[in-house]
Design a binder for this molecule. Sequence first.
Ligand code: S3P
Length: 467
Amino acid sequence: MSEFRVRKAHPIATEITVPGDKSISHRAIMFASLADGTSEITGFLPSGDCLSTAAAFRAMGVAIDFLNEDGSPWQPAASGAGPHRVIVQGRGLRLQAPAGPVDCGNSGTTMRLLAGILSGQNFTTVMTGDESLSKRPMKRVTEPLSLMGARFEATGPKETPPLTVHGHSALRAITYPLPMASAQVKSAILLAGLYAEGKTTVIEPAVTRNHTETMLRHFGVKTVRQGLAISIYGGQVPESRDFHVPGDISSAAFWLVAAAVQPGSELVIKGVGLNETRTGILKVLLRMGAQITEDIREGADGEPCGTLTIRGGGLRGTVIAGDEIPNVIDELPILAVAGALAHGTTLIRDAQELRVKETDRIAAVVENLQRFGVAVRELPDGMEITGSGGQALVGAKVTSFGDHRIAMACAIAGLFSEGESVISDVDCVGTSYPGFAEHLRLFQSRHVTGSTTPVIDRLPSSLSDPT
Ligand code: S3P
């Protein structure tokens, strides 16, 4: 099991790109697989989670080729370098029964969105996952999808995976108010809606990431939003399209915070996704006193993308709560680190969904920040953090709890701590950010060389070894 050893960093002055967006990469493979022809995907994130999605569709008869620039087959690399392009030969809406169980690995997005797609197939599928995914709630998708006519058996304790889906080739359309703000559940129902007769409507309690709606539109499928209600008509078959996946703002988030907390830092991140249902972190950091400029270009594929420039300053505490939460849900661990280094108190509320992520992220963040010497109080739906006012934290030994975002958030805390910090069990970062270790080393090397002169490093988007 590998670990990160992290020391204090100097101010950052650099330019980077981050790997492809995880949510968008999953959907690009899914929608291209359901399309009626060949699609080419560029910018695909070659992370464990997204490769689980690709393997699942391959197992269901979809031809997916990962290629290097010269057309040779791509293989996963330790550097995190991704394929130049992914060619998907879609089967239309009808998939082929897999020969055995479909392994979703660590990926909740794979299992939940697939549950919607498999609901409309005329065969039965068993989906399994790793230890973490096997503890995650699936009732949130099986309940609405059962109303549409699919049948499920979740054989783990408390209706957790393994999950058997008995598809039904003529689903019923439903109108479903979501009990929680979840893009995965919304997407599962909308995807099942493709197989239903008539209009399926999902009503969100608060706006969640809208990649499913945006990308379905790009693939020629119409969805309609009216306030918090999103509707889809069944029977529409996605049309094959090429698609470019922008950089993942949830991966950029670690470097955004690393730059924001440090006066004198200036960081430029290029080619990053700037979909407004994902950029809550920018609003929070602005409120905390960071200087950020966004240069947004509307991507031809419907997903806004552009350049972010962030300048560090002394941050102040803030309140993150209510409808803002779904917009920053994956960034809350790293925002908690920002709060730990800010002046004053940061309060995170209404974030009970964090308890059912890859690990209980409220408990994990609270325990680890305490080890870094931070005064933090656990709340049922969040936490209250007393910031250090810009003072360094105390170097600590912590575990990731097998959760990629906890591992990376703690590595950033280590950059702002006295002495060495050790974060153990960090292989999990490969589920969302292969190449993170190389980027971390780059930020560390400023310390190792003792350089305080701003240096512009241009990392190739392939994330090959920056040295
Ligand atoms: C995701 C939605 C969110 C997010 C997850 C990816 C998606 O989960 O936390 O990392 O791709 O739809 P929920 O829908 O459970 O909030």
